[in-house]
Design a protein around this ligand. Structure first.
Ligand code: FES
Length: 175
């Protein structure tokens, strides 16, 4: 006598709910144009709207230039040596005495943000040039240090600081 046993296999169908992922992508795609619309357009920025600048791509020792209210703004990612050079200067050596700490935001010594207009007659100085490796104005020879302070030449004042604040560790808002 032969017993035949048979096994029954239960087949399960797995349903992958792809629609959830598609839904998320769809929502993100909708958000992008909304966010883009919230940014001020070029004419609004020119009229004085605040601008945000991402600092993350600026390398140690690099200086970049952006425009705010049609003015050049220099953002310097100061190296340790540049910070040390700025901090060690005695105030009585400066034509427009200002400690380095007053030129940067507390806890962000590596970032110097200045309006890039020479305080003599308004030329745009050249970055990382001159005796102090800050800025050199080729128009009449003014020299600024790594804190943007006037050190030599006819300019009477330090490079001005624009109004700005840190909105995160790597992002500032100017204006
Ligand atoms: S405008 Fe810069 S030195 Fe005269």
């Amino acid at each position: 006598m032969t017993t035949v046993s048979s096994a029954e296999h239960t087949r399960r169908d797995f349903l992958y709910i792809a629609t959830a992922a598609v839904g998320a992508v769809g929502a993100a795609a909708v958000l992008v144009p909304l966010v883009a619309q919230m940014n001020p357009d070029a004419s609004t920025i020119a009229a004085g709207a605040p601008i945000e600048v991402d600092l993350a791509p600026i390398a140690d020792g690099q200086i970049i230039k952006v425009f705010w209210r049609s003015k050049p703004i220099f953002i310097s990612h100061r190296s340790k040596a540049e910070i040390a050079a700025a901090q060690k200067v005695a105030l009585n050596e400066l034509p427009d005495p200002e400690p380095d700490a007053d030129r940067v935001k507390q806890g962000h010594d590596q970032w110097l943000v200045v309006i890039g207009i020479c305080t003599h007659l308004g030329c745009i100085p050249l970055a990382h040039q001159g005796e102090y490796d800050g800025w050199f104005c080729p128009c009449h020879g003014s020299q600024y240090d790594t804190a943007g302070r006037i050190r030599k030449g006819p300019a009477p004042k330090n490079l001005p600081l624009p109004p700005y604040k840190f909105v995160s560790d790597t992002k500032i808002q100017i204006g």
